[in-house]
Design a protein around this ligand. Structure first.
Ligand code: ATP
Length: 375
């Protein structure tokens, strides 16, 4: 559920049972989302999952087939885009090429018939805000891609919209600039306090920028929550796989009669018998066991409840992190990642025998019956 962000001055956005059909193809299917005033929400999903269509319906650029949209308590479902008072940064909403940066930014204020003095003051303010005070008189063609995206952002912010819509606003930037802009937009949001709805297929961007992430697949919302909730408690193997790196061991849940207490395990095709945590006990059938690679320890038997022997099949050095692929038998391979800290990285080579271990509380189980429901 949406939680109001303290001191927020943004608008509340409510999507209820929103659906969009294109010639019999359902691009958005019964989407209900409640976004609190001042919340920064990112809609994340693979290509074609319906993210942009949701945003276009909020913007008023695509007519919903069913459902309703309210902004600040007002039903805007059938209102024209210019009457919704939204700031919009879409790739398709490029800067006007024949207007200077300053004139581009001034445009929404001119549409709202503000006087010259106010326009000049506000344009200067937002140019400072996006840290580009010196390019005011340049044409878009004389700006770098990153500068153009900042000017587009300034144009969307200049009239202080209660709701800002962003559609892949950073996709044209190189990695370094994109990472900087993620923090800058977050900082801007903290200072300005409006509601932001962002769309991306970049999971890192979603995790870095958002209060809440909404994951879509095939036109539907499959899970929503804070970045840490989604990462730590994915409800499906789709979400686990989409956010971060996951190890999946596939097999059959089996009950073993032990002395005193019965014990449930997942038995893989490779013959691995892995114990499973309490909540899924009592279920039978095929399941996926998921472990995050950073939760697995290598050659450190002290702290783990579950341990297996394996052989190092690959080692990848990526600077801050070292990734090991460990074959536990001829079918089951898992990845272990270790921080590249002095004294922390074991001396192992490809082919070394190692022990991998984990705690039961880090084991996630997804039943295949529920996996099919999520497809
Ligand atoms: P991407 O990350 O690639 O932009 P997306 O999640 O934003 O993807 P949408 O652009 O919302 O996805 O598209 C959702 C589905 O609707 C896709 O299968 C797309 O082909 C289809 N679609 C989008 N616009 C139209 C249209 N005007 N006519 C027909 N089908 C459309």
């Amino acid at each position: 559920a949406a939680q109001e962000v303290s001191g927020a001055k943004g608008g509340r956005v409510q999507l209820s049972r929103l659906t969009k059909d294109y010639d019999g193809f359902r691009a958005v299917d019964d989407v209900t989302i409640d976004i609190a005033p001042g919340e920064f929400v990112t809609v994340l999903g693979p290509s074609g999952s319906g993210k942009t269509t949701v945003l276009m319906m909020i913007a008023g650029l695509v007519e919903p087939s069913a459902g309703a949209i309210t902004i600040g308590g007002r039903d805007v479902t059938h209102l024209r885009p210019q009457h919704r008072n939204l700031g919009v940064v879409f790739q398709s909403y490029a800067l006007f090429p024949h207007l200077t940066a300053a004139e581009n930014i001034a445009f929404p204020l001119r549409m709202r018939r503000k006087d010259e003095a106010e326009i000049r003051r506000r344009v200067e303010e937002v140019l400072d805000l996006v840290r580009l005070p010196n390019v005011a008189q340049r044409l878009p063609g004389q700006l770098s891609g990153g500068q153009q995206q900042r000017i587009a952002l300034a144009r969307a912010l200049v009239f202080d919209p209660p709701v800002l819509l962003l559609d892949e606003p950073l996709s044209a930037l190189d990695k370094k600039l994109r990472e900087n802009m993620q923090f800058e937009i977050r900082e801007l949001h903290r200072n300005l306090g409006g509601t932001v709805i962002n769309v991306t297929h970049d999971q890192t961007e979603a995790l870095v920028m958002s209060d809440r992430v909404i994951i879509m697949r095939d036109g539907r919302v499959v899970q929503s929550g804070s970045p840490s909730e989604l990462y730590e408690h994915p409800k499906s193997s789709f979400v686990a796989d989409f956010l971060g790196t996951s190890n999946f061991l596939k097999g059959e849940l089996e009950l073993e009669e032990a002395q005193g207490a019965d014990e449930w395990s997942l038995v893989t095709a490779g013959g691995l018998r892995c114990r499973v945590p309490e909540p899924v006990q009592g279920s039978k059938g095929r399941a996926h066991l998921m472990l995050r690679p950073e939760r697995i320890v290598l050659n450190d038997s002290a702290a783990t409840e579950e341990r297996f022997e394996g052989r190092v099949a690959q080692i990848a050095y990526t600077g801050n992190i070292i990734r090991y692929r460990v074959a536990l038998n001829d079918r089951d391979v898992i990845e272990v990642t270790l921080q590249n800290k002095p004294g922390h990285v074991p001396q192992v080579d490809i082919g070394s025998q190692v022990t991998v271990g984990w705690s039961l509380e880090d084991v996630h189980i997804f039943l295949e019956s529920t996996i099919k429901q999520c497809v």
